[in-house]
Design a binder for this molecule. Structure first.
Ligand SMILES: Nc1ncnc2c1ncn2[C@@H]1O[C@H](COP(=O)(O)OP(=O)(O)O)[C@@H](O)[C@H]1O
Ligand SMILES: [Mg+2]
Length: 262
């Protein structure tokens, strides 16, 4: 695959992350983690709960400094919070006092983008919410709120996207729709994405590479390329393909001993 040959955009090298909360046992969340996210690709981390996935994203965004090892983005070592990162979580993070449009335009306003309203409006259109720009959070379904979050995340044109189980709180139907929406939006920009999920179908459907983490302390257990053509088949058709099933079996074969641990 051509993406594998390009310079990695996110490079994590031999990273350990330890927490030493006062009055409690220290926790090693991640140990010796080395992984690359090639420019313009989607790399997904899967692993059991508590194995340091969110912690790893925090280290890439600069919210948290590794205890040892280095994280770099675009060839530059991360130190301090980065502002060129799009971050998306399971909770939508919509500000309830702002409309959908104002939520999407917020990051643009902060950056002083002069035509922020127009840019935000175009992003709402792309996620299918043109009719809802004046709606507030309580007037939107959970799926719509996550659409707003997708629009908001892409609107500022960040260098990299960090996605922490962004569709994890949705019902399974809505989740599939959001995955398809995310991928179609991503196809037009090919942002570099580090994604976290524990849904293997989601991991395969979206990714170029899936990385399996061990139980805590999180270490890289296996790196599994997803050599399926893009644009991807619709989820149901993809799941029926023998190549998909082969990749699924390889990921699950690596992951199952980790999740059965407790
Ligand atoms: N700020 C913190 N202080 C102390 N321990 C933390 C902190 N953040 C995370 N941890 C611990 O680090 C481990 C990994 O957490 P996390 O990265 O959230 O796991 P995951 O996202 O894979 O479920 C957990 O044991 C968690 O309790
Ligand atoms: Mg997490």
């Amino acid at each position: 695959m051509s993406t594998v040959l390009t310079e990695p955009q996110i490079r994590i090298q031999n990273v350990d992350i330890r927490f030493e909360p006062e009055g409690r046992e220290p926790v090693t969340a991640a140990q010796g983690v080395t992984l690359d996210v090639p420019l313009g690709s989607i790399v997904t981390i899967v692993g059991p709960s508590g194995c340091g996935k969110s912690t790893m994203l925090n280290a890439v965004s600069g919210l948290l400094e590794p205890s040892s090892g280095t994280v770099s983005v675009g060839g530059q070592k991360v130190s301090g919070i980065r502002h060129d990162v799009g971050y998306m979580f399971a909770r939508d993070g919509m500000m309830p006092w702002r409309t959908a449009l104002q939520n999407v335009s917020f990051g643009l306003e902060v950056r002083g983008v002069p035509n922020h309203r127009e840019v935000a409006r175009e992003w709402l259109r792309r996620v299918g919410l043109a009719q809802f720009e004046n709606h507030y959070r309580h007037e939107l379904s959970h799926g719509m709120r996550q659409r707003v979050a997708v629009a908001r995340t892409f609107a500022t044109d960040p260098d990299i996207l960090l996605m922490d189980e962004p569709f994890g709180a949705l019902d399974s139907q809505t989740r599939l729709k959001l995955q398809e929406l995310f991928l179609s939006v991503w196809e037009s920009s090919r942002k570099t994405v580090l994604f976290v999920t524990h849904d293997l179908h989601e991991a395969i459907f979206l990714s170029d590479i899936v990385i399996v983490f061990t139980n805590r302390p999180g270490r890289v257990k296996s790196i599994i390329p997803v050599d399926l053509p893009r644009p991807r088949l619709p989820p149901a058709e993809l799941a029926a393909a023998p190549e998909y099933q082969d990749i699924h079996a390889r990921i699950w074969g690596s992951l199952k001993d980790e999740v059965n641990h407790f």
